[in-house]
Design a protein around this ligand. Structure first.
Ligand code: AMP
Length: 282
């Protein structure tokens, strides 16, 4: 595996690979790699000739400084994992490499409605940061294919928007969420849970399943409240238990029985904020 710290080294290598007609697959991450990340890398490997993983804890997407400071960094273990799965390139840039003019005064992007709901509402500025870093990374890597996880449902929609907005030629592939045996979605943040919190965390998946079982035409308020109640009862501080249109993320209060539905949850266990989602209709 080649490890590049600078854009110029990476681009020199990729330019010559492209001249040979090789296709590139890109998996951007913030490290603390787990099997969910690995599944993206495996998908990239099966689709393309060269698999590129980036590890960059993007400071501009953290609205909570404490969350940024406590974000797990396990770079040696990450490199071991990447070697084990035949990743071809690891891009490991510094903050100065990605943001040469600093992180203040970055351009503001028009994200419309998507930025006003759910993660956008509870994490002000988060999607500006996601857009900033992904815009930069996509321009640097110019990958043929990009692999991201459905775990971050709204983020995937933001990236679809970015690709369209920036006329990028990169194709986005959305991979299913990998879960632990008890249903908890794999996440780098899970490392920060105590043993007791880790056991309780599975209630997020239970709440999603409950929402799926209870889904019916008409008023959805009771379903959302029941999911929120289940989590609150088990010690979570709930940001949202939402049922939304899976294509637009418009909250659904009354379901007509035909609109595609996604259930989305964000809730805190102690200092750790967890998110998850489940598409309920197809
Ligand atoms: P992160 O390092 O958390 O920024 O995640 C990097 C990529 O991995 C994103 O596209 C995430 O959506 C994806 N990802 C995170 N958790 C999972 C999971 N449990 N299953 C599949 N993909 C995931």
């Amino acid at each position: 595996m080649l490890i590049f710290h600078t854009i110029s080294e990476l681009q020199t290598y990729l330019r010559s690979a492209r001249k040979k007609g090789l296709k590139t697959g890109f998996v951007p991450t913030m490290g603390a790699l787990h099997k969910g990340h690995v599944s993206l890398l495996q998908q990239a490997k099966s689709y393309t000739d060269i698999t590129i993983c980036s590890i960059f804890v993007n400071p501009t997407q953290f609205n909570d400084l404490n969350d940024f400071k406590k974000y797990p960094v396990t770079i040696n273990a990450d490199i071991e994992k990447l070697l084990g799965f035949g990743t071809d390139i690891l891009f490991l840039p510094s903050v100065a490499e990605i943001y040469p003019n600093g992180t203040t005064d970055l351009p503001h992007f028009e994200l419309g409605f998507l930025e006003t709901v759910l993660e956008g509402k509870y994490r002000p500025g988060h999607f500006q940061g996601v857009y900033q870093v992904m815009n930069r990374l996509l321009q640097i890597v110019e990958a043929d294919d990009l692999f991201m996880g459905q775990k971050d449902y709204q983020q995937c929609m933001i990236i679809q928007h970015l690709i369209k907005q920036e006329n990028s030629n990169t194709r986005l592939h959305i991979a299913p969420t990998l879960r632990e045996e008890d249903g908890l979605a794999m996440s780098s943040r899970n490392i920060r849970l105590s043993d007791a919190q880790r056991t309780t965390a599975a209630y997020i998946y239970k709440a999603l399943q409950q929402m799926k079982q209870q889904l019916h035409q008409g008023d959805l308020k009771n379903i959302k409240e029941a999911a929120s109640g289940l989590l609150t009862y088990n010690g979570f501080i709930v940001d949202y238990t939402e049922l939304a249109n899976a294509s637009t993320l418009e909250p659904l209060d009354n379901w007509n029985g035909t609109d595609p539905v996604v259930a989305l949850i964000a809730a805190h266990l102690g200092e750790v904020r967890l998110i998850d989602n489940m598409v309920l209709t197809h």
